[in-house]
Design a protein around this ligand. Sequence first.
Ligand SMILES: [Zn+2]
Length: 781
Amino acid sequence: MAVDEDTVMGEAGFQARAANPHAANGTGQQTTYGHLNGASDPYLAPPLLSQPMQLDGTDGNQPQDITVTADKQRPSSPKSALKTTAPADSADPVSDDQDSLVDGYSETEEAKDVPGLPLASLPSGLCYDVQMRYHCEVRPTSDVHPEDPRRIYYIFKELCRAGLVDDAEATRPLVARPLKRINARNATEEEISLVHTAAHYAFVESTRHMSDEELIALEHTRDSIYFNSLTFASSLLSVGGAIETCLAVATRKVKNAIAVIRPPGHHAEHDKTMGFCLFNNVSVAARVCQQRLGSQCRKIMILDWDVHHGNGIQKAFYDDPNVLYISLHVYQNGSFYPGERDGDLDFCGEGAGVGKNVNIPWPSQGMGDGDYIYAFQQVVMPIAQEFDPDLVIIASGFDAAAGDTLGGCFVTPACYAHMTHMLMTLAQGKVAVCLEGGYNFRSISKSALAVTKTLMGNPPDRLTSTSPSESAVSTVRRVMSTQSAHWGCMFPKAIKTEGLWTDRLHDVIRAYQAKQLYDNFKLTSLYIYRTAISKSFENQVLASPNYNQDTPLIVIFHDPPEIMGLPHPVTNNLEAHNCWLADVMKDYVQWAVNKGYAVIDVNIPKHVTTEPSSSKFEDEDENRPTATEELAGYLWDNYIDPNEATEIFLVGIGNAFYGVANLLINRDTLYKRVNGVISFVAKDPVRAVASHTQTWLSRWYRDNSLVFVSHAHGLWKSERKATKRYGKLLQSPKEGLSEMLMHHKSEVFEWIEGRIEPDSEETEEEKPVRRSPTKAAPKAA
Ligand SMILES: [Zn+2]
């Protein structure tokens, strides 16, 4: 284990010492505050609690001798509270104003006797008990279980090495105000029964008398858990540690605290063990605080940043209006552990608890600092401030930390520190951190150290990455929309009135386009009779009357026109007068019709409307590329191949090009009839046109294509040179599809015209020089 220690622990102890000016006396002893500068410096005010805390196991079952101050009656709180707590020599003119709006503190009586900054002078607390390591596998195999007993030991050691704990193992000198130890004790059956059923308690208790064989057999009947004969004992201590930690924070015995406890708890449900969890530590602690402290601790916020959804906590308080549960977790469409739908963002609580459950479900692993900070700034903190808790408990799994392979995310210690820092602005700083998951020893130690230092007053380290990913923004914005129904601070408001809405705008726009294209160019719908296709593409394929005649034919596959809308900032309604269409395609159609060419205009909707009245947000259909290919094949077989077109040009814009590319690849002889392919790519991947059986296809494609790719596309950043299978690539100075279509219009028109055989009545001199390579070269050069 000594070897492991060295690999896990870093130079944190050195940093902490270096950062602590009070350690500079080099005596190796803990600095005594009074010796330095007296109490006139508020930062150096004597500690409030030099005597041992009365939170040990001997009277743990009894309500503590807690002074309940009426912080719920703030407007009428005694003004004297302010006078006694404000620094005597304060320069703040407001301090002496009897009519000040500034509230008095709500700390305990003993704190009121201390001059200076009594709350800031309180020590932070630490709960750790080596006996919680006794829960382990009966017969460990080489494949060590991730919920390893050493997890809490490594965190404790890291805190010791940083000089934060007054312990025999600690590096000296210690910081000026070391962590105050909070004794863990056994939780009582009565306390655990506030959350769990009697049967569940009896079940966990029964494991203490089982044989090893029975324990191993039991393991296989349950979801992700192991047992030994000391599991029950460790579990009681873990719950008791969480309770004592939360009570110590809520009653101001300490400023704030961290409980380095295991086994974890947030998956444990009222009647079952789950995901390494036996009893729900945090839920029991919250219930005990509410019960014992009454109005002093009525509203509790539980922030769960474990990478997994804390299903057990959510269920325990789902209808409780006084417990706000916010969880950030990887959801992965319900496939990430615990794999239930109830981790999704539309699970907001029920009954009186509606709105008091906030899930921020990441769509995938790989989330990092920018994503978590964004979620905190946009959702967590605004909702938390509106809720205004009396106590904040962090269900603190460190399995979203960089280095944790189970979680697969990249949250740095600095980010955990920043999140802690933000939460410390709530509940007058009453924050209790309780360990949950986290399986990489180094990651959890460094993360826990960063959180603890922040609790103790150290400013968080700088963040290196602060930009959220697009998927995080999308998730957070959808959470905001959902939660806007329950929280005054959440804007814009979600669309509520189901049934009021009739048509989705993309259908309205296509109908308008169809009318325009008919009125101006006599384009009409082509009948698509295959049922599966016609259902999806009704009204989407329009053709000029000459589409089957012996004239050049331009087939355009495009996305619906771009819409630019400025939503109303409060209601989120898109008002018609604040929306614009970018329909550059009509310029292309106009050019072709004026030239006398035939046109087939194919609109590929991003989502096929099935329930017109639904106001649900819809992603782009997953099967859109397949449907496009199917439609392209159908059009080719029925409307393009059999007709007499002299030249055929395929134009694919955006993702709609997918169908064109696959058509070229999958129809052996199709390319022989095609005189040119034009594609516009902004963000989608650049499609390759190549075939194993027809090796010349990619060469043909390069010689007969124009592929305009946005200058912002990742293709241009790649080191590798694109091969011919991607066609003749042209870097566009424009970024968006509409801009590119506009910018390259004349270039495209000239290129097509250059590849068209002039009509017979044209003179030889008028013939363009450029020719399609698939056609015979002109007789005269
Ligand atoms: Zn976890």
